[in-house]
Design a protein around this ligand. Structure first.
Ligand SMILES: COc1nc(N)nc2c1ncn2[C@H]1C[C@H](O)[C@@H](COP(=O)(O)OP(=O)(O)OP(=O)(O)O)O1
Length: 175
């Protein structure tokens, strides 16, 4: 079962929706972790930064847009075979923004219709939690990946009424 997790690293992930036209803004990651995959915009926290501050900053840095609203919709805890550090990814849903999505050093933004989301070119977990996300349902997920980061070996996903500030490792379902 799962892996022994010694610590977790918080990260942000912002997904921007055009609800009127039923479209989602994704970015092709051009470098680093998850490169050559479409994903939302986000990354690590800088020293002294809160999760929400990091979410806004990363969206501005990677897509050149400023979110007007930001709803924390879920947390996904990712573990990998033979790695004691879990990634705690705080997922945000934004429906209004200022500016024009623009290609940056890290990401190439592109809009996709809800029914044409390129799951084959995304992380394997995305097709599992996106349906909850698109419906606006709050969730907590755990995904345990193979060492090569390609396959999900175990997973747990549940709707919650409220998303906690952080993922309580003592409550892990895959422990
Ligand atoms: C493992 O499964 C994942 N699925 C999804 N959908 N997203 C994930 C997964 N693992 C990580 N992420 C997200 C979380 C972040 O938004 C990015 C990774 O951020 P990165 O490591 O690139 O952080 P930066 O601060 O931008 O990195 P630089 O140091 O390169 O600026 O992926």
């Amino acid at each position: 079962m799962g892996v022994i997790v010694e610590k977790k690293k918080p990260l942000t992930l912002v997904l921007t929706l055009d609800e009127k036209n039923q479209k989602i803004l994704l970015g092709m990651k051009k470098r680093g972790f998850g490169s050559n995959k479409f994903n939302g915009f986000g990354g690590k926290l800088e020293p002294g930064e809160t999760v929400i501050q990091a979410a806004h900053r990363e969206l501005e840095e990677e897509a050149m847009i400023r979110a007007v609203d930001m709803d924390k919709i879920g947390i996904n805890l990712f573990t990998f075979e033979n790695d004691p550090v879990a990634l705690e990814v705080h997922v945000f849903r934004s429906t209004q923004f200022q500016g024009t999505p623009t290609e940056t050093e890290e990401m190439r933004p592109e809009w996709f219709s809800y029914d044409m989301i390129p799951f084959d070119s995304m992380w394997a977990d995305d097709r599992l939690w996106f349906p909850l996300f698109l419906k606006g349902q709050h969730f907590l997920g755990e995904f345990h990946f193979s060492e090569d980061q390609k396959r999900i070996l175990e997973q747990d996903l549940r709707s919650v009424s409220q998303v906690p500030d952080e993922y309580d490792l003592s409550q892990r379902k895959l422990a």
